[in-house]
Design a protein around this ligand. Structure first.
Ligand SMILES: Cc1cc2nc3c(=O)[nH]c(=O)nc-3n(C[C@H](O)[C@H](O)[C@H](O)COP(=O)(O)O)c2cc1C
Length: 317
């Protein structure tokens, strides 16, 4: 059995690993793709140190792409952002690189930009559009511009959450009803039951971050993985950041506590620290350690192969 997402992306299971900046790596991406899902390189994948300039970042990403190709001959994607959310042209350079290196699947995160979607399609890319604050109008605009797949992200997600408080089930059902291209559910898809729930409300696949953090191949620090597994589901902290536009959910450490206090005092843009320290280096007091509010349902650290097959089962058996 197959489905439309598998056909568009030429994969076995419609399970797409969401890009996660520092903690994505060629090893993780290749493991997901080799399992039959789609791995996606995030910014700073494979980098060990913080790199600032665009040319340096491009060369780091070129290495990550080549490392991934050495580990898999299956398709994988790369994370980019529309120009409005990318004032320095970082993403534009990454798109050029993707073309040069023949990585023809873009996972676009941010606001919908019809002109850019059209241009990417003309260049031959497959476009997976993930509106940061997903809306019916945005999904329809993206479809009209030529996007291939829409991601419906609910506020159950890890990472930088949508500012709108729409849960994954609701936004998936709404977007699946409003476009004719396939929709992926994102946010809290951590086990087969939640993948099945997404499928019932109209998803044709899933877009997953948190579950892959708790995988054997994810390069997040062991201390970070343990911190997530040890945090009680009631104890995650949500604070608003970027002038109230986005939110972070984090394990209960310095930035979360300070962020919450800052919000109470009217500061809606407190710092969140970097994943580099909080998740790659394993110091939760030096940057957020952010995951889905459903991470408590993850009971073990498994291989990407096991995870892809479990989450893909409701869609392709
Ligand atoms: C630690 C972390 C970092 C993330 N970084 C990025 C990123 O760099 N770019 C992006 O488009 N999405 C990013 N995301 C969002 C994921 O791609 C994905 O949408 C999200 O993890 C799905 O929700 P889930 O974590 O509940 O599975 C990040 C998510 C997490 C948990």
């Amino acid at each position: 059995m197959t489905n439309r997402v598998c056909e568009i992306l030429n994969i076995r299971y419609p399970v797409i690993q969401g890009p996660m900046a520092w903690i994505t790596s060629s090893k993780l991406v290749a493991a997901v793709s080799n399992a039959g899902g789609l791995g996606v390189l995030g910014t700073s994948a494979d980098s060990e140190e913080i790199v600032r300039g665009i040319p340096e970042s491009v060369e780091e990403m070129r290495k990550a792409i080549r490392n991934t190709k050495a580990l898999t001959d299956k398709p994988f994607g790369i994370n980019v952002f529309p120009a409005a959310g990318d004032p320095y042209g970082f993403s534009k350079a990454m798109v050029e690189l993707a073309k040069e290196e023949d990585v023809m699947i873009l996972v676009v995160a941010g606001d919908v930009s019809p002109e850019e979607i059209k241009a990417w399609k003309e260049d031959g890319f497959t476009v997976i559009m993930r509106e940061a604050n997903p809306t019916v109008r945005g999904a329809q605009l993206a479809e009209k511009a030529g996007a291939d797949i829409i991601v419906a992200t609910g506020c159950d997600e890890g990472g930088c959450m949508p500012g709108l408080s729409t849960g994954t089930t609701a936004i998936t059902a709404l977007l699946a009803d409003s476009v004719s291209i396939p929709v992926l559910a994102a946010g809290g898809i951590v086990n087969e039951k939640l993948a099945k729930a997404a499928q019932i409300v109209g998803a044709e696949g899933v877009f997953v971050g948190t579950r892959f953090i708790l995988s054997k191949e994810c390069r997040a620090a062991d201390a970070t993985k343990k911190d997530i597994m040890d945090t009680h589901p009631d104890d995650f902290i949500v604070f608003t950041q970027s002038n109230g536009y986005s939110k972070w959910r984090t394990t209960p450490h310095k930035y979360g506590k300070e962020g919450l206090e800052a919000n109470k005092n009217g500061d809606m843009n407190p710092p969140s620290g970097s994943f580099y320290y909080g998740m790659l280096r394993g110091d939760p007091d030096a940057g957020v350690n952010t995951v889905s509010n459903l991470s408590g349902l993850i009971k073990s650290i498994d291989s990407c192969d096991t995870i892809v097959k479990e989450l893909g089962a409701p869609f392709v058996g």
